[in-house]
Design a protein around this ligand. Structure first.
Ligand code: BDR
Ligand code: CA
Length: 322
């Protein structure tokens, strides 16, 4: 099987950690590197969290790069109220191989696109690193295979304001820059689809029956996130946005959408809003694929099967019964 090469650009973050687990455990993917930007937590904390996930999977040979510390224009606002002071649900894990963390995330993106064939990028955080890389060397992006961005909201309310999703709200200038300058369509995995992906206490109870080390990690990091979701959104369970972007990259049949032109609002009351020109008011060429429907069961089945190999039949019967 040909493994597709990807750079995961992220801000771990509880759901980023779950997305990294999914990417690393999927044999269809070759994660060539992880770049981190500030978002859920400051960039160096995020890099440590990425390394923690790699250590858990015995994959510390995958390089982790520190990228941009602050958004292009705005001051950094983190989401430590959502993900915990440490970004991983306040478990304050020890990270043993911190010296492995490398500098120069933006440079790494540019050099990798130029030196390796058919590399895609899955962006799970604010788009600061990607915008900076584009500003530095737009031509390198001619070699980019596909670009997936978890971010934005089309017909659904935001999670930072009535209209703005966190990743685009933290660095709206970067998000808009990427939509306007990337020589590829942005596959937008926004809140319209990710809000339907809920990891429930029932599913957590289930994975803890699978006798896997990963179950403990997932249970520990999601505890804080579940409390946050109950208080903020009134739901039992937690929305795991970022893994859907990875799953969609592997299996297009998970989501349905349409092509459109998109701009991201950079100032004022609607800052961070993704404006999707679905009826072509602006007469501008399409620059995005907006995903609006998702098969949440199919996602959950894929996610659990990749993480808990050997339990496929059990997973089918549990997901089938939902
Ligand atoms: C996005 O914001 C972050 O808190 C999550 O990691 C996800 O990438 C959802 O709005
Ligand atoms: Ca994220």
């Amino acid at each position: 099987m040909e493994r597709r090469k990807v750079i995961i650009d992220c801000d771990p973050g509880i759901d980023d950690a779950l997305a990294l687990l999914l990417a690393i455990k999927s044999e269809e993917l070759e994660v060539v590197g992880i770049t981190v930007c500030s978002g859920n937590v400051p960039v160096r904390m995020g890099a440590k969290n990425a390394l923690k996930v790699l250590a858990l999977c015995g994959k510390t040979d995958i390089p982790v790069y520190v990228g941009e510390e602050v958004p292009l224009v705005r001051e950094l606002v983190t989401a430590q109220d959502t993900h915990g002071e440490d970004g991983l649900g306040e478990r304050f894990y020890e990270v043993l191989e911190e010296s492995k963390i490398l500098e120069g995330g933006v440079q790494y993106i540019v050099e990798t696109l130029r030196s390796q064939d058919k590399v895609s990028i899955i962006a799970l955080g604010p788009l600061t690193n990607i915008a900076k890389a584009l500003m530095e060397d737009r031509e390198a992006f001619a070699y980019l295979d596909e670009f997936i961005s978890m971010g934005g909201a089309y017909r659904i309310h935001g999670n930072c304001s009535p209209v703005a999703e966190f990743n685009y709200w933290v660095d709206p200038h970067a998000a808009d820059y990427v939509y306007q300058h990337l020589p590829r369509p942005v596959h937008m995995i926004g809140l319209d689809v990710t809000r339907k992906i809920v990891l429930t206490p029932n599913l957590i109870e289930f994975i803890n029956r699978l006798d896997a080390e990963l179950a403990t990690f997932i249970t520990e990091i999601t505890r804080f996130y579940i409390d946050f979701h109950w208080e903020q959104e009134g739901i039992i369970g937690c929305v795991i946005n970022d893994p859907l972007a990875v799953a969609y990259f592997m299996d297009r049949s998970l989501c349905q959408g349409f092509e459109s032109y998109v701009e991201v609002v950079t100032e004022g009351i609607a800052m961070g809003q993704s404006i999707v020109d679905s009826v072509d008011f602006y007469k501008k060429p399409n620059n995005a694929i907006i995903n609006v429907d998702v098969d949440a069961k199919q996602f959950m089945s894929l996610f659990l099967k990749k993480l808990f190999v050997g339990y496929e039949n059990l997973i089918d019967s549990i997901i089938g019964g939902l």
